[in-house]
Design a protein around this ligand. Structure first.
Ligand SMILES: *Cc1c(COP(=O)(O)O)cnc(C)c1O
Length: 433
């Protein structure tokens, strides 16, 4: 006898979770509401696979939303964490690993001379914005619709990721005074950007150089160069949020791939190798403004945590040029295969090395408005079919697929078979509902 869907351990845990955790989850998109189903509770991960509490196996294309670029439970990363843990979990005093990690990041990222570690990307964003305001003596920050920079009050306006998934324009609880410090303009719209930077005195332009939180929507030709040019011309700083793209799209992140370098750079996800770590880095003159070398305050009880540093260092050690070539070719193969799997079904598969999105759209997607116009119901139905075939896609179209270096060719082939079968289960476009 097969267990009914309400009979599973996941369903039982979800019922209990709803009593003690808001919405049953500790971060909204995990609830899978955007694809019309209940969350799956995970017991463990092995390489490219997730194993749920009912023993089901899934090929994982979320990989903890990006940190696990080597897949789950990589032996080198686990060993590093274990060795660090045996020496003690936290000291609240500096350690050798922090120096090593900072030096490695500074070697890789052209825009980063120095960095300060935090425990989350959200904190790193807060610090970058504070630094930019202190350095320029200005308050306004320009961000792009559909970009996500963590759950910082002032930057939730028209944010991608979970806010887009929940269809929230911003969030109750953000005071108008915090929102007033933010100017939002559409992505890939040079005229609106130029006008906004001429009209107002900005402390900073903040952007994901390869946006991945409205799905993957790369910059149009010349757009990133325009950000750099407008920031310089208007005396504001360019903050590049590489929390997703850093250490993923290339050895030196999006800044290496695109050639456009920020004054400040936000890093997260891969830098912590699956443990909580993030960082803000940048030009030495700006970074030296941070306490205690300067007077811009920033701190954190667990910042530079030795376990997270060990996981991050072990993760970066495995990321040589060969690894980036392999991840890029794996991503391209997956993207091309998904296009073929869709057949005549109208989708736009957009990919950059290490990231991709399947937009359910007949037209190319170049802005948040385009992403919001996709057929989200069809995306949800397709994802439910994928899950029933053992493939775990991002449970919201406003998120990227994160293939890892643990994914094998055979697993990609299985994914593409499942994807084709899932497409063939969808009602043809244009059919009466
Ligand atoms: C995930 C993410 C953040 C926030 O990082 P947290 O560690 O979740 O606070 C910021 N910016 C981008 C681009 C992200 O993808």
């Amino acid at each position: 006898m097969t267990a009914s869907l309400t009979d599973t351990r996941s369903a039982e845990l979800y019922r209990r979770a709803l009593e003690v955790i808001p919405g049953g989850v500790n971060s909204p998109v995990r609830a899978m509401r955007a694809i019309g189903r209940d969350p799956i509770f995970i017991a463990r991960g092995e390489g490219a696979e997730l194993i749920d509490v009912d023993g089901n196996r899934f090929l994982d294309y979320v990989c903890s939303w990006g940190p696990l670029i080597h897949g789950h439970s990589h032996p080198h990363v686990l060993a590093a964490i274990g060795e660090a843990a045996a020496r003690g979990t936290s000291f609240g005093a500096p350690t050798a690993g922090e120096v090593e990690l900072a030096a490695e990041v500074a070697r890789r990222m052209e825009g980063v001379d120095m960095l300060r570690m935090t425990s989350s990307g959200t904190e790193a964003t807060m610090t970058a914005v504070r630094l930019a305001r202190a350095a320029t003596g200005r308050e306004l920050v320009l961000k792009f619709a559909g970009a996500y920079h963590g759950h910082v009050d002032g930057l939730l306006a028209q944010a991608g990721s979970g806010l887009a998934t929940q269809a929230l324009p911003a969030s109750p609880g953000v005071p108008p005074s915090a929102a007033a410090g933010t100017v939002v303009v559409p992505w890939n719209d040079p005229d609106t950007l130029a006008a906004a930077t001429e009209r107002q005195e900005l402390a900073a332009i903040i952007a994901e150089p390869l946006p991945a939180n409205m799905g993957v929507v790369p910059p149009a030709a010349g757009f990133l160069e325009l950000l750099r040019e407008r920031a310089d011309a208007s005396g504001s700083l360019l903050i590049l949020d590489e929390v997703i793209s850093g250490f993923r799209v290339a050895h030196g992140g999006a800044q290496e791939l695109t050639g456009v370098v920020g004054d400040l750079t936000i890093m997260g996800k891969v830098i912590g190798g699956g443990l909580p770590a993030a960082a803000v880095g940048g030009r030495a003159d700006l970074m030296r403004m941070l306490a205690p070398s300067g007077d811009v305050y920033q701190a954190g009880t667990l910042s530079g945590n030795p376990l997270a540093i060990a996981a991050g260092l072990a993760t970066l050690e495995l990321l040589d040029e060969a690894a980036y070539l392999r991840l890029a070719s794996l991503t391209a193969e997956l993207a091309q295969g998904l296009r073929q799997a869709a057949g005549s079904y109208p989708v736009q598969v957009v990919s950059v090395p290490g990231l991709l999105t399947v937009f359910f759209s007949e037209r190319p997607v170049s802005s948040f408005a385009d992403a919001l116009g996709c057929d989200l119901d069809a995306y949800g139905a397709w994802c439910r079919e994928l899950l029933s075939r053992g493939v775990y896609p991002p449970p919201s179209q406003f998120e990227a697929w994160f293939p890892s270096l643990a994914h094998t060719r055979e697993q990609i082939d299985r994914t593409l078979e499942a994807a084709a079968a899932a497409f063939s289960c969808l009602p043809a476009r244009g059919d009466p509902a």
